[in-house]
Write a protein that binds this ligand. Sequence first.
Ligand code: FES
Ligand code: FES
Length: 181
Amino acid sequence: MALHHREAAPVTQVEIDLTINGENHQLVVDTRISLLDLLRERLGLTGAKKGCDHGQCGACTVLLDGRRANACLALAVAHDGSEVTTIEGLATGDQLHPLQEAFIEHDAFQCGYCTPGQICSAAGFIDELDEAVDGPLSDDLIRERMSGNICRCGAYPNIVSAIREVASARSGAAERVGGAA
Ligand code: FES
Ligand code: FES
């Protein structure tokens, strides 16, 4: 019987352009690399965490063209030309993002592993409040919209408080604030 051996698939490198935290990067990448691995291993941006690497924990959440996304599920090559914001890009100079301040003030973390993803996800969530929202802003809505971000330390009550404070202060959202559940 003739033996056929399969040739290994060639590794394909392609050039992509990404704007990451306001800085343009021209990168030659393996077509199989995830955005998360590109950020962490090529660019040294280790704020986005690798929890599950399967889209189930939210630790890797970044803003991709302004929408929150699991960087572990995003193929870098599929986002040529995109804008990426990671936790490293949320502050303005020495001025922390309001969510970063609120997380500190509300003691909304313990080990901190989920925190960059929680904060990036919350930033995306608050932007979504400018769009149609199902009913008033409530703790239940925050919990539901943040359900993709797991916290193994169980810091959820304080995470919700921190997000509620920032979301409530945001113009346009304030008028939708209902009774906190
Ligand atoms: S590491 Fe991406 S969702 Fe868990
Ligand atoms: S603070 Fe430890 S996993 Fe959330």
